[in-house]
Design a protein around this ligand. Structure first.
Ligand code: CA
Length: 226
């Protein structure tokens, strides 16, 4: 999952980048509203963590511009404790949740998982695909009830594919999910991760759509329910 963090406080931004990276997210951190506005016009993120008091362009304006372009990406706003007005304004302008500073990293992560879950219309906290169960909270994956070791990137990739089962996800989108701007990336990095996931979970489980991307077929039960 790739997060855009927009925060002008160096100390907080630095702490959040470290903490969220350790929690398995790919983070892109911007420190003013104008560059966030620019980035959101061209890049795809899974979640946005947005401070409201920002230099150059306010967080509210960034949010308004984002929603006026029709982008539905979940947004969590960060506000000062005393500013009830800001929180109301943020929510009314299309934010999905908020946290008041100072906050706990664990709570932020839990809220981000909840936003992701709601955004993908999933009721259960875990993702189940046939005999695979992925738990975003504990960061674990099991196959037939047995825990399987996966790397941070493999976990993120598997999460993305299961969250979108039945849909082809483009190579570019998957790369954006896995890596932030500062990351050093090999051109065949994605193929290596896919290869590893197939080795661990079965060869047929992720299908290659040549020239486009990858797909995990939906659970049969799900298809019948729809
Ligand atoms: Ca600020």
């Amino acid at each position: 999952m790739r997060i855009l963090l927009v925060e002008d406080d160096e100390l907080l931004g630095d702490g959040l980048t470290t903490g969220l990276t350790q929690s398995g997210y790919a983070i892109d951190w911007l420190k003013d509203g104008a560059s966030a506005d620019q980035a959101l016009k061209s890049e795809t993120f899974d979640l946005i963590v947005l401070d409201l008091g920002l230099p150059k362009l306010s967080g509210i304006t960034v949010l308004q511009n984002l929603r006026s372009r029709g982008t539905t990406t979940p947004v969590l706003i960060l506000t000062a404790r005393e500013s009830v007005e800001d929180r109301v304004k943020g929510l009314d302008n299309g934010a999905d949740d908020y946290l008041t500073k100072p906050f706990d990293l664990d709570e932020l992560c839990a809220r981000l998982r909840a936003l992701q879950r709601r955004f993908s219309s999933r009721a259960e906290p875990t993702l189940t695909h046939k005999n695979i169960i992925l738990d975003p909270a504990s960061h674990t994956v099991s196959l037939n009830g047995e825990m399987i070791n996966v790397s941070r990137r493999e976990f993120a990739l598997l999460h993305k594919l299961l969250e979108n089962s039945g849909r082809v996800i483009s190579r570019e989108h998957l790369m954006q999910t896995l890596y932030g701007w500062g990351d050093d990336v090999d051109s065949n990095a994605l193929e290596v991760h896919i290869h590893n996931l197939r080795k661990k979970f079965g060869q047929d489980f992720i299908q290659t759509i040549r020239g486009i991307g990858y797909i995990v077929e939906p659970n049969n039960e799900n298809t019948e329910n729809k």
